[in-house]
Design a protein around this ligand. Structure first.
Ligand code: NAD
Ligand code: UDP
Ligand code: UDP
Length: 319
């Protein structure tokens, strides 16, 4: 962009006061970008971005992305959307609106500005996958009418919109399929497995393993994830994605529970609870494309990342 101001890249981050968004804002500010953070504080909070408040290159707008937004930026990271099942099922209609209307508004904004736009999509587009690990070519196995559908189908529709704006309006797009990510600033009560297990272990309460605990997930530490996100945004224009970003290390929920108990030195016992409906049995990213196109792969093993996360939860909630 040209103008009377000296040139800094101006970046819009929707959902910037959330878990991933706040880490992204921090990294962008650290490299000298001007950041406009947009959030309606549905699941995010001011405390996530408190350290950035007052920084001359950081600006916050309280706004719901289901309504139009007029700002002037060079790049848009579209992260606004509740991400944990407890949160996105709280108001499922609003979840679909956020994904779909939010995507339309941010794509309309990007189109007017000819700005690059990145969509935070999800491994949930693969549903309960019958192909394992999941490559980007896999079309998924998603229930269109179940309790997770507001999130899964909303995100799938957002991907459709991104590719149609790309084909129809030549918009420069980037679609990132994020696999389970954890780290400091995860919401302590959002019901996600890593925060649940750590909070339960630190309180000495039973660790709630749903079902047998044989279902698997692959957990990526937040710093690795944000590095992949920025590399994708800054990659050559022809790299549109969709591209998987996640850690291929795969663990059962029982293994995760045991690791958290060991790392916290907790005396918590494991207690089994019913498995939620449509809970995917396994999930692991195929990251061949991210390695080849972005020269990216995760560097932080689960044990190290969990130690850092336990440290955060301990000092923030038990200090
Ligand atoms: P989060 O809930 O911490 O952050 C989402 C942010 O979006 C919050 O700050 C929330 O207040 C904001 N928001 C929600 N609805 C909004 C609206 N209508 N208008 C404006 N702001 C709104 O979740 P997160 O883990 O940081 O996830 C960020 C993005 O990454 C989401 O789009 C999510 O779907 C995606 N993602 C995350 C994971 C993960 O493991 N964390 C995995 C896959 C995809
Ligand atoms: N939009 C926005 N900010 C802008 C430009 C557009 O929020 O700077 C929204 C606007 O509400 C519109 C949507 O993006 O409904 C889609 O825009 P597009 O130009 O693709 O379609 P149209 O305006 O024709 O509906
Ligand atoms: N889970 C669990 N105990 C909990 C919370 C979650 O066993 O207290 C399981 C859940 O059933 C799922 C996995 O952990 O199989 C990951 O759940 P999460 O909600 O973190 O993410 P998602 O299901 O969206 O991958």
């Amino acid at each position: 962009m040209t103008g009377i101001r000296s040139y800094n890249r101006r970046v819009l981050v929707t959902g910037g006061a959330g878990f991933l968004g706040s880490h992204l804002c921090e990294r962008l500010i650290a490299r000298g970008d001007e950041v406009v953070c947009v959030d309606n504080y549905f699941t995010g909070s001011r405390s996530n971005i408190a350290q950035l408040m007052g920084h001359p290159n950081f600006e916050v707008i309280r706004h719901d992305v289901t309504f139009p937004l007029y700002v002037e930026v060079d790049q848009i990271y579209n992260l606004a959307c509740p991400a944990s099942p407890v949160h996105y099922q709280h108001d499922p209609v609003q979840t679909t609106k956020t994904s779909v209307h939010g995507a339309i508004n941010m794509l309309g904004l990007a189109k007017r500005l000819n700005a690059r736009i990145l969509q935070a999509s999800t491994s949930e587009v693969y549903g309960d996958p019958s192909v394992h690990p999941q490559p980007e070519e896999y079309w998924g196995n998603v229930n269109p009418i179940g309790p997770r559908s507001c999130y899964d189908e909303g995100k799938r529709c957002a991907e459709t919109l991104f590719f149609d704006y790309h084909r129809q309006h030549s918009l420069p797009i980037k679609v990132m399929r994020i696999f389970n990510t954890y780290g400091p600033r995860m919401h302590p009560n959002d019901g996600r497995v890593v925060s649940n297990f750590i909070m339960q272990a630190l309180k000495g309460e039973p660790i709630t393993v749903y079902g047998e605990g044989s279902q698997t997930r692959s957990f990526c530490y937040v710093d690795d994830l944000i590095e992949g996100m920025i590399r994708l945004m800054d990659s050559p224009a022809e790299v549109t994605g969709p591209i998987n970003i996640g850690n291929p290390g795969e663990f059962t929920m029982l293994e995760l529970a045991e690791l958290v108990v060991a790392l916290t030195g907790s005396r918590s016992v494991i207690e089994h609870r019913p498995l939620p409906q449509d809970d995917p049995k396994q999930r692991r990213p195929d990251i061949t494309k991210a390695k080849a196109l972005l020269d990216w792969e995760p560097t932080i093993p689960l044990r190290d990342g969990l130690e850092r996360t336990v440290h955060y939860f301990r000092s923030r909630f038990f200090g």
